[in-house]
Design a protein around this ligand. Structure first.
Ligand code: URA
Length: 217
Protein backbone atom coordinates (compact mmCIF):
# COMPACT_ATOMS: atom_id res chain seq x y z
CA UNK A 1 0.00 0.00 0.00
CA UNK A 2 1.25 3.49 -0.92
CA UNK A 3 1.50 5.87 2.07
CA UNK A 4 0.08 9.36 1.67
CA UNK A 5 2.67 12.09 1.76
CA UNK A 6 1.75 14.10 4.92
CA UNK A 7 2.08 17.43 3.07
CA UNK A 8 -0.23 16.14 0.37
CA UNK A 9 -2.72 14.93 2.98
CA UNK A 10 -2.81 18.41 4.53
CA UNK A 11 -4.14 19.69 1.20
CA UNK A 12 -7.12 17.30 1.24
CA UNK A 13 -10.48 18.34 2.68
CA UNK A 14 -12.35 15.22 3.72
CA UNK A 15 -16.09 15.88 3.68
CA UNK A 16 -17.16 13.52 6.43
CA UNK A 17 -20.70 14.79 7.03
CA UNK A 18 -22.85 11.77 7.99
CA UNK A 19 -25.33 12.40 5.17
CA UNK A 20 -22.51 12.46 2.63
CA UNK A 21 -21.03 9.24 4.05
CA UNK A 22 -24.43 7.52 4.09
CA UNK A 23 -25.15 8.34 0.45
CA UNK A 24 -21.65 7.35 -0.61
CA UNK A 25 -22.12 3.94 1.01
CA UNK A 26 -25.37 3.45 -0.93
CA UNK A 27 -23.57 4.36 -4.15
CA UNK A 28 -20.74 1.90 -3.52
CA UNK A 29 -23.11 -1.08 -3.33
CA UNK A 30 -22.85 -3.15 -6.48
CA UNK A 31 -26.62 -3.64 -6.59
CA UNK A 32 -27.36 0.11 -6.79
CA UNK A 33 -29.27 0.72 -10.03
CA UNK A 34 -28.19 3.33 -12.58
CA UNK A 35 -31.18 5.38 -11.56
CA UNK A 36 -30.37 5.40 -7.86
CA UNK A 37 -26.61 5.80 -8.46
CA UNK A 38 -27.30 8.93 -10.53
CA UNK A 39 -29.81 10.32 -8.02
CA UNK A 40 -27.42 9.75 -5.11
CA UNK A 41 -24.55 11.35 -7.02
CA UNK A 42 -26.75 14.33 -7.68
CA UNK A 43 -27.65 14.70 -4.00
CA UNK A 44 -24.08 14.13 -2.86
CA UNK A 45 -22.72 16.65 -5.34
CA UNK A 46 -25.00 19.38 -4.06
CA UNK A 47 -23.92 18.67 -0.47
CA UNK A 48 -20.26 18.72 -1.45
CA UNK A 49 -20.83 22.00 -3.28
CA UNK A 50 -21.55 23.66 0.07
CA UNK A 51 -18.17 22.55 1.40
CA UNK A 52 -16.11 23.41 -1.66
CA UNK A 53 -17.61 26.91 -1.87
CA UNK A 54 -17.30 27.60 1.87
CA UNK A 55 -14.63 30.30 1.37
CA UNK A 56 -16.25 31.88 -1.67
CA UNK A 57 -16.05 35.68 -1.69
CA UNK A 58 -19.23 37.63 -0.93
CA UNK A 59 -20.11 41.23 -1.69
CA UNK A 60 -22.10 43.65 0.44
CA UNK A 61 -25.31 44.75 -1.28
CA UNK A 62 -27.98 47.19 -0.16
CA UNK A 63 -31.45 45.65 0.08
CA UNK A 64 -34.75 46.41 1.72
CA UNK A 65 -36.61 43.91 3.87
CA UNK A 66 -40.32 44.52 4.48
CA UNK A 67 -39.21 46.36 7.64
CA UNK A 68 -36.06 48.35 6.79
CA UNK A 69 -32.98 48.81 4.65
CA UNK A 70 -29.94 46.68 5.34
CA UNK A 71 -26.53 45.70 4.02
CA UNK A 72 -26.50 42.01 3.14
CA UNK A 73 -24.11 39.53 1.51
CA UNK A 74 -24.34 37.95 -1.92
CA UNK A 75 -22.04 35.80 -4.02
CA UNK A 76 -21.33 36.35 -7.68
CA UNK A 77 -21.97 32.85 -9.02
CA UNK A 78 -21.04 33.94 -12.54
CA UNK A 79 -17.40 34.23 -11.50
CA UNK A 80 -17.35 30.54 -10.64
CA UNK A 81 -16.65 27.88 -13.26
CA UNK A 82 -17.26 24.19 -12.74
CA UNK A 83 -14.99 22.29 -15.10
CA UNK A 84 -16.14 18.76 -15.80
CA UNK A 85 -13.62 16.14 -16.79
CA UNK A 86 -15.59 14.13 -19.39
CA UNK A 87 -17.45 12.01 -19.13
CA UNK A 88 -17.95 11.07 -15.47
CA UNK A 89 -17.50 14.69 -14.31
CA UNK A 90 -20.84 15.49 -15.97
CA UNK A 91 -22.54 13.37 -13.31
CA UNK A 92 -21.53 15.98 -10.72
CA UNK A 93 -22.68 19.06 -12.67
CA UNK A 94 -26.44 18.99 -11.98
CA UNK A 95 -25.90 18.72 -8.24
CA UNK A 96 -23.37 21.53 -7.96
CA UNK A 97 -25.35 23.78 -10.32
CA UNK A 98 -28.46 23.33 -8.18
CA UNK A 99 -26.50 25.08 -5.40
CA UNK A 100 -24.76 27.71 -7.58
CA UNK A 101 -27.08 28.09 -10.60
CA UNK A 102 -25.25 31.14 -11.95
CA UNK A 103 -21.94 29.32 -12.32
CA UNK A 104 -20.39 28.81 -15.74
CA UNK A 105 -19.38 25.37 -17.00
CA UNK A 106 -16.29 24.21 -18.87
CA UNK A 107 -15.48 20.76 -20.24
CA UNK A 108 -12.23 18.90 -20.68
CA UNK A 109 -12.11 15.62 -22.56
CA UNK A 110 -9.27 13.34 -21.63
CA UNK A 111 -8.95 9.64 -22.18
CA UNK A 112 -6.70 7.32 -20.30
CA UNK A 113 -4.29 5.45 -22.53
CA UNK A 114 -4.92 1.87 -21.39
CA UNK A 115 -1.26 0.91 -21.75
CA UNK A 116 0.42 3.86 -20.03
CA UNK A 117 -2.56 5.09 -17.91
CA UNK A 118 -1.51 8.59 -19.04
CA UNK A 119 -4.10 11.25 -20.00
CA UNK A 120 -4.55 12.34 -23.64
CA UNK A 121 -6.66 15.50 -24.38
CA UNK A 122 -9.42 15.38 -27.03
CA UNK A 123 -11.76 18.26 -26.04
CA UNK A 124 -11.36 21.62 -24.30
CA UNK A 125 -14.05 24.31 -24.05
CA UNK A 126 -14.04 27.04 -21.39
CA UNK A 127 -16.01 30.24 -20.76
CA UNK A 128 -14.36 33.55 -21.73
CA UNK A 129 -12.27 35.64 -19.33
CA UNK A 130 -10.98 32.73 -17.31
CA UNK A 131 -8.44 35.01 -15.61
CA UNK A 132 -11.37 36.60 -13.68
CA UNK A 133 -12.80 33.29 -12.52
CA UNK A 134 -12.41 30.72 -9.76
CA UNK A 135 -12.43 27.15 -11.06
CA UNK A 136 -13.68 23.97 -9.41
CA UNK A 137 -12.67 20.91 -11.42
CA UNK A 138 -15.11 18.01 -10.96
CA UNK A 139 -14.55 14.31 -11.51
CA UNK A 140 -16.03 11.58 -9.28
CA UNK A 141 -12.83 9.52 -9.08
CA UNK A 142 -9.32 10.85 -8.40
CA UNK A 143 -7.52 7.58 -9.10
CA UNK A 144 -4.02 7.63 -10.64
CA UNK A 145 -4.21 11.42 -10.64
CA UNK A 146 -2.90 11.51 -14.20
CA UNK A 147 -6.10 12.85 -15.83
CA UNK A 148 -6.73 15.27 -12.98
CA UNK A 149 -3.17 16.61 -13.10
CA UNK A 150 -3.29 16.89 -16.91
CA UNK A 151 -6.63 18.75 -16.71
CA UNK A 152 -5.23 21.18 -14.15
CA UNK A 153 -2.02 21.71 -16.16
CA UNK A 154 -4.13 22.57 -19.22
CA UNK A 155 -6.43 24.85 -17.21
CA UNK A 156 -3.51 26.77 -15.76
CA UNK A 157 -2.72 27.98 -19.30
CA UNK A 158 -5.98 30.02 -18.97
CA UNK A 159 -4.65 31.57 -15.69
CA UNK A 160 -7.84 31.39 -13.58
CA UNK A 161 -7.80 33.14 -10.17
CA UNK A 162 -7.89 29.82 -8.32
CA UNK A 163 -8.39 26.10 -8.91
CA UNK A 164 -9.88 23.48 -6.58
CA UNK A 165 -10.52 19.81 -7.29
CA UNK A 166 -13.78 18.14 -6.22
CA UNK A 167 -14.22 14.36 -6.31
CA UNK A 168 -16.23 11.68 -4.55
CA UNK A 169 -13.44 9.23 -3.93
CA UNK A 170 -9.69 9.27 -4.02
CA UNK A 171 -6.74 7.15 -2.87
CA UNK A 172 -3.12 7.70 -1.76
CA UNK A 173 -1.77 7.47 -5.32
CA UNK A 174 -4.11 10.17 -6.66
CA UNK A 175 -3.46 12.49 -3.74
CA UNK A 176 0.32 12.12 -4.02
CA UNK A 177 0.37 12.66 -7.80
CA UNK A 178 -1.79 15.77 -7.60
CA UNK A 179 0.33 17.19 -4.81
CA UNK A 180 3.56 16.50 -6.67
CA UNK A 181 2.37 18.34 -9.79
CA UNK A 182 -0.12 20.85 -8.35
CA UNK A 183 0.52 21.48 -4.63
CA UNK A 184 -1.49 24.71 -4.96
CA UNK A 185 -4.74 22.85 -5.79
CA UNK A 186 -6.75 21.70 -2.76
CA UNK A 187 -8.69 18.45 -3.09
CA UNK A 188 -12.22 18.03 -1.71
CA UNK A 189 -13.40 14.45 -1.37
CA UNK A 190 -15.93 12.32 0.52
CA UNK A 191 -13.47 9.43 1.06
CA UNK A 192 -9.84 8.36 0.79
CA UNK A 193 -9.87 4.68 -0.16
CA UNK A 194 -7.13 2.10 0.36
CA UNK A 195 -5.32 1.79 -2.96
CA UNK A 196 -5.35 1.47 -6.74
CA UNK A 197 -5.43 -1.89 -8.46
CA UNK A 198 -3.27 -2.77 -11.47
CA UNK A 199 -5.95 -1.42 -13.85
CA UNK A 200 -6.04 1.99 -12.19
CA UNK A 201 -9.30 1.35 -10.29
CA UNK A 202 -9.76 2.50 -6.71
CA UNK A 203 -10.21 -0.22 -4.04
CA UNK A 204 -12.67 -0.76 -2.49
CA UNK A 205 -14.07 2.10 -4.62
CA UNK A 206 -17.37 1.94 -6.47
CA UNK A 207 -16.35 0.55 -9.84
CA UNK A 208 -16.36 2.56 -13.05
CA UNK A 209 -18.15 5.81 -12.20
CA UNK A 210 -18.88 6.70 -15.85
CA UNK A 211 -20.44 3.31 -16.54
CA UNK A 212 -22.51 3.48 -13.39
CA UNK A 213 -23.77 7.01 -14.11
CA UNK A 214 -24.63 6.37 -17.74
CA UNK A 215 -25.59 2.70 -17.50
CA UNK A 216 -23.00 1.59 -20.02
CA UNK A 217 -21.43 -1.33 -18.19
N1 URA B 1 -12.29 5.72 -12.66
C1 URA B 1 -13.39 5.08 -12.21
O1 URA B 1 -14.48 5.27 -12.73
N2 URA B 1 -13.26 4.23 -11.16
C2 URA B 1 -12.09 4.01 -10.55
O2 URA B 1 -12.05 3.25 -9.59
C3 URA B 1 -10.95 4.67 -11.04
C4 URA B 1 -11.08 5.52 -12.10
Amino acid sequence: MTPINPEARANVHLIDHPLVQHKLTLMRKKEASTNSFRRLLNELSSMMAYEVTRDMATQDVQIETPLEKMTAKMIDGKKLVFVSILRAGNGILDGVLSVVPGARVGHIGLYRDPATLQAVEYYFKMPKNMEERDVIVVDPMLATGNSAAAAVTRLKVCTPKSIKFLCLLTCPEGINTMHQLHPDVPIYTAAIDRELNDHGYILPGLGDAGDRIFGTQ
